[in-house]
Design a protein. Structure first.
Length: 318
């Protein structure tokens, strides 16, 4: 393996910090850019070069000029569907304008590849086919979904016109150690903390909505694969996009049951009104990534146990 110079944006966050760890373990030199609006400084690997910076800041180009990155892994984003519904301008400023600032720097300083983090949970909208393949219609139902799809379209343009190579990973619902239980996104970590505090679990709607929960360790493996994967000149968006999911739909009620069993306690449940912009069902086919050697290896039960122990402080810290 050759040493690469890798930038991980959002590398102080839940998933990005795990990805930064993996690049370092591979032997790469790693930079982390994060504005710490939601990320945590303690998540940044000690061997990484940390730069506290917003991806929309013009100073990002200076970093690209000085570091001459080989690979950019772009995790920095506004990720909350409800925030995007309440403030679509904020969502677009971070997810669209921030991306364009990064892409212009990448183009100018000849980055070899972008690994872009998209979302299989929102770009397809309410799909007719589940589990959903990459070629399914893209009909997002939230500003967050629109911004993720628009980003893939910008990346396609930069590939075809400027030759900037990219791979898009369309995540399912990622969970695991370091997920913030105090944030608005991340039901697994939120449920873990409520159970530990003896507080009731809040379930929006009837709890029969489903998601495809994929453990962060498996997501990291998908990122490493995407970093080296041979990709064609894309004929369309889906040619270089890969779902990262398990194919399995799990209801919120079932998720609560499993975590209560792991915690060995029941703290009650409160039902609230469904939230605007959120989908009823989502599960992803990951056949194209599986055909290239990836597969989810951590079962839901094992992943939930490891996440609960991490939140409780009795297991792995990440």
């Amino acid at each position: 393996m050759t040493t690469r110079r890798v930038l991980v944006t959002g590398g102080a966050g839940f998933i990005g910090s795990h990805v930064a760890d993996a690049y370092l373990a591979r032997g790469d030199e790693v930079w982390v850019v994060d504005n710490l609006s939601t990320g945590k400084r303690q998540n940044v690997p000690g061997l990484a070069h940390f730069v506290e910076l917003d991806i929309g800041d013009p100073a990002l180009a200076t970093l690209f000029r000085e570091a001459r990155f080989t690979l950019v892994n772009h995790h920095a984003a506004q990720i909350d569907v409800r925030v995007s519904v309440a403030d679509p301008v904020l969502d677009a400023r971070i997810n669209t304008l921030g991306l364009l600032n990064l892409l212009e720097a990448a183009r100018a300083y000849r980055v070899r590849r972008i690994v872009y983090i998209s979302s299989g949970g929102v770009v397809y909208g309410e799909p007719e086919q589940r589990p959903t393949p990459e070629a399914a219609p893209k009909l997002p139902l939230s500003p967050y979904g629109v911004s993720k799809l628009a980003a893939e379209q910008y990346l396609y343009y930069y590939r075809r016109v400027h030759g900037l190579e990219y791979v898009a990973l369309r995540y399912g619902n990622v969970y695991g150690p370091r997920q913030d239980p105090r944030g608005e996104a991340g039901v697994v970590a939120i449920f873990c903390e409520r159970l530990l505090r003896g507080e009731p679990l809040t379930i929006y709607g009837d709890g029969e909505q489903t998601r495809d929960y994929v453990f962060v360790e498996d997501v990291v493996a998908a990122n490493l694969l995407a970093s080296d994967l041979a990709v064609p000149e894309p004929a369309d968006l889906d040619a270089v996009a890969f779902n990262v999911g398990t194919r399995v739909e799990t209801t919120v009620n079932r998720l609560a049951d499993l975590l209560e069993a792991i915690a060995k306690r029941r703290t009650g449940r409160l039902h609230a009104a469904p939230r605007a912009g959120e989908l009823r069902h989502s599960a992803l086919r990951g056949d194209r990534l599986r055909a290239r050697g990836w597969r989810p290896r951590v079962t839901l039960e094992e992943g939930l146990r490891r996440t609960f122990e991490s939140v409780a402080g009795t297991g792995e810290g990440g």
